[in-house]
Design a protein around this ligand. Structure first.
Ligand SMILES: Nc1nc2c(ncn2[C@@H]2O[C@H](COP(=O)(O)OP(=O)(O)OP(=O)(O)O)[C@@H](O)[C@H]2O)c(=O)[nH]1
Length: 709
């Protein structure tokens, strides 16, 4: 069943009653529709749609009740309504009545005309090849996920929108009491209006030189940000917390009248994925190597990314202003790593620079432009834009925004775009200087405002003819993703999700990540997954963009998680709520610190390791009877010391005869706490008096050692 807790939401909350209100249908109908999609909503109108399904559910209902996509059978009955969202009167009646109870259409979705006609009265269903899971499910009145589960039992995996083998389709139909007749394959659909593909052959006359796209790569602290800063004449380094670049951005610099686009790329190993993306977008890599340190693991890793992407490398030997700089050593390291410098007769451009003094920077920019000239980089600014998302986030006042690198064509305000699963008309374009622009041509980085949601870094940007077409494609992508999820996880019901979240797994530290941009959140999750996890592991329960909110705390309380904020603030009042609900919030701006702390927290969650520490030995010399109370033994402390409260083990001829504690100690007539080696004393052992002369007493303590991962 769906969780009732609103707390499970990290952002938007969508309840059954919201959907019912929006489309003017009874909650019961919504519940039936949800059930038809494999989402149980036992708590009626207050059931909350799980976060990861909101988009899908919204699209599903928009598709179901919207005028644009109204099933033909019901469309003519549909009354006009503001916004066109009202369901047809006929349908409302259906929902109001007992329809569905006990019928194969219990899921409640009215059968689209094509499908209902496909099901003959005599238990025969007719469908065109290829047989798609969704169509077959509708035809036989099953929930798609039920059908997928049955299909898995037949050894075939398929998503909701995927085709399945005819043999298995027949077997499934037979098991549901139907006979399957496969009709002729449908005529190929008319060429889709979208995406508006660029003309395959670009008129060579339209190809124009485009700026090179350059990425600085290299080991942490070798000076990537400083170099980029120096070429941009800005001061990004000073603003970066902990002086580590945190996410990919981009900027354009003009040298000798020619623009060069630089993509920022972070240096920490955690950002490997992002760096890989950078390498795939870039024309030229500037491998930054500190003249004092030489090649380091991440230098080699960056070099390998560049080589794999077949991107030319220019080596910038940085920090040559330092007295200990040894540029020749770098030439040797280059050689050892398969990069022969021009200085040594090879073809790898090598420039000695100092981000600090500015020495060599013009040479570096000259070398970049020379490399670009050799590459003959061209694009057609007249065609429709195509590009890639560098970074995306939710921004106050702007909504979802995406930093995009236009790779071909020209992007215009008003264009309809699709990025991954999100679409929209471009409301605003903002360049790297923060200025609003109307267009962005090839190799230009630009921030796009107007998308329906936050895409993933690396998503492609495509132009569509119309918003409707872009939306349809987005729906397809979401449904395909959802279908794949269903296929791989059999049935991912809301109940599964909730029970997973609720499970208080002793072997994991549950973490909710909130970060300023998606890329950082991904990088953190990636790093957490890399932490040693033989005994315990960090489990990311949720990973979202934005400030830490009340919903995050509720989710954390429900899932026994800690909330980790990276470059985000805590909303007002949320700290208090966290205290009340005993939820721990940790804020960071430096990834190293975050990882170190989480490592400590993981270790802290483990049972400390117990270790025995010997502290002394004593030998029993005589047994002392007392007028009252149990006997005590008169001992010589032979090594270390004996302490009250310490653990004591008595051995006789090597055999263990007692294991307990030192109850009290006496020196002459006084009670004492400790007696050191070389002294005699009276020892009373806790609950034991059967000792004999010559018994050996070992005194020890149990030390608790912090567990390590
Ligand atoms: N003396 C000297 N110091 C430099 C030079 N370039 C960078 N630095 C210093 O080296 C340190 C690291 O520089 P960054 O530019 O942050 O290095 P980075 O490679 O971008 O580091 P990450 O963002 O952590 O990957 C800073 O303290 C810089 O001031 C240089 O040419 N000369």
């Amino acid at each position: 069943m769906l969780p009732q807790q609103e707390d499970l939401k990290l952002g938007k909350i969508l309840k059954v009653k919201d959907i019912a209100k929006q489309y003017g249908v009874p909650a019961k109908s919504v519940i039936e529709e949800l059930a038809g999609q494999g989402i149980e909503a036992d708590d009626a109108e207050n059931s909350v749609i799980p976060d990861d399904m909101i988009e899908l559910v919204e699209m599903y209902f928009a598709d179901l009740y919207d005028q644009d996509s109204e099933p033909a059978a019901a469309a003519d009955k549909k009354p006009a309504k503001k916004g066109g969202k009202k369901p047809p009167a006929g349908r409302r009646e259906e929902h109001g009545g007992d329809r569905g109870k006990g019928s194969p259409h219990k899921g409640g979705r009215p059968q689209p005309a094509a499908v209902s006609s496909a099901r003959a009265a005599g238990g025969k269903v007719t469908l065109p090849a290829p047989i798609i899971v969704k169509a077959l499910a509708e035809a036989v009145g099953k929930k798609p996920n039920e059908l997928i589960t049955d299909l898995i039992k037949l050894g075939e995996l398929a998503g909701i929108n995927q085709p399945i083998s005819e043999a298995n389709a027949r077997k499934l139909c037979a098991s549901y009491g139907y006979e399957l007749e496969i009709g002729a394959a449908p005529k190929p659909a008319p060429a889709p209006a979208a995406p508006a593909k660029p003309k395959p052959e670009d008129n060579p006359a339209n190809l124009k030189e485009r700026p090179p796209v350059v990425t600085f790569m290299g080991h942490v602290d070798h000076g990537k940000t400083s170099l980029q800063d120096a070429v941009r004449h800005t001061h990004v380094t000073a603003q970066e917390a902990g002086a580590i670049t945190q996410h990919i951005g981009a900027s354009t610099v003009t040298h000798n009248g020619k623009p060069i686009t630089f993509i920022d790329t972070p240096g920490h190993a955690a950002f490997t994925n992002m760096r890989a993306r950078g390498a795939n977008l870039t024309d030229i890599v500037v491998l930054v190597v500190s003249a004092t340190e030489g090649f380091k693991p991440q230098t080699v890793e960056a070099m390998n990314h560049a080589k794999a992407a077949k991107v030319p490398i220019i080596v910038a030997i940085n920090k040559i202003d330092l007295p200990e700089a040894d540029p020749d050593k770098i030439l040797l390291h280059m050689q050892q790593n398969g990069l022969t410098s021009e200085d040594w007769g090879g073809d790898v451009g090598t420039v000695r620079v100092s981000a600090k003094t500015g020495q060599g920077l013009p040479d570096l920019l000259d070398r970049i432009l020379l490399e670009a000239e050799i590459l003959e980089l061209k694009a057609n600014p007249k065609r429709r834009a195509a590009g890639a998302v560098l970074e995306a986030q939710m921004e106050v006042g702007l909504g979802p925004t995406a930093s995009v690198l236009v790779q071909d064509g020209t992007l215009h305000v008003g264009d309809t775009i699709l990025c991954g699963e999100h679409y929209g008309r471009i409301r605003t374009l903002i360049n790297d200087k923060g200025e609003r622009v109307k267009t962005a041509g090839p190799s230009v980085p630009v921030k796009v405002v107007g998308l329906s949601g936050v895409p993933e870094a690396g998503d492609r940007l495509e132009i569509f003819e119309s918003e409707k077409a872009a939306r349809a494609e987005a729906q397809e992508r979401v449904a395909a993703k959802r279908g794949n999820m269903l296929a791989t996880s059999a049935i991912a019901t809301a109940e599964d999700l909730f029970s997973k979240l609720n499970s208080n797994n002793q072997n994991s530290l549950n973490i909710i990540i909130k970060s300023d941009v998606k890329g950082s959140g991904e990088a953190i999750a990636h790093s957490l997954a890399e932490l040693p996890h033989e005994k315990i592991k960090a489990e990311v329960v949720a990973n979202a963009v934005g400030p830490i909110s009340e919903n995050d705390i509720s989710l954390a309380a429900a899932t026994n998680s800690i909330v980790v904020g990276f470059h985000v603030r805590v909303n007002p009042g949320v700290n208090e709520m966290a205290k009340k609900q005993k939820v721990e919030i940790r804020l960071y701006s430096i990834i190293y610190e975050l990882l170190e702390d989480i490592t400590d927290a993981l270790a802290g969650k483990l049972e400390p390791e117990k270790r025995e520490k010997p502290i002394g030995e004593a030998k029993i010399l005589q047994i002392i009877e007392l007028s009252k109370g149990p006997k005590i033994c008169g001992c010589m402390v032979e090594s270390g010391s004996v302490r009250v409260g310490a653990k004591a083990r008595v051995r006789r001829d090597g055999d263990l005869i007692y294991n307990g504690e030192v109850a009290s100690l006496r020196r002459f007539k006084d009670d004492v706490k400790e007696v050191k080696a070389g002294l005699e004393c009276g020892i009373r052992l806790d609950n034991f008096a059967d000792f004999l002369v010559n018994d050996e007493i070992e005194i020890y303590e149990i030390e608790l050692k912090k567990a390590t991962l």
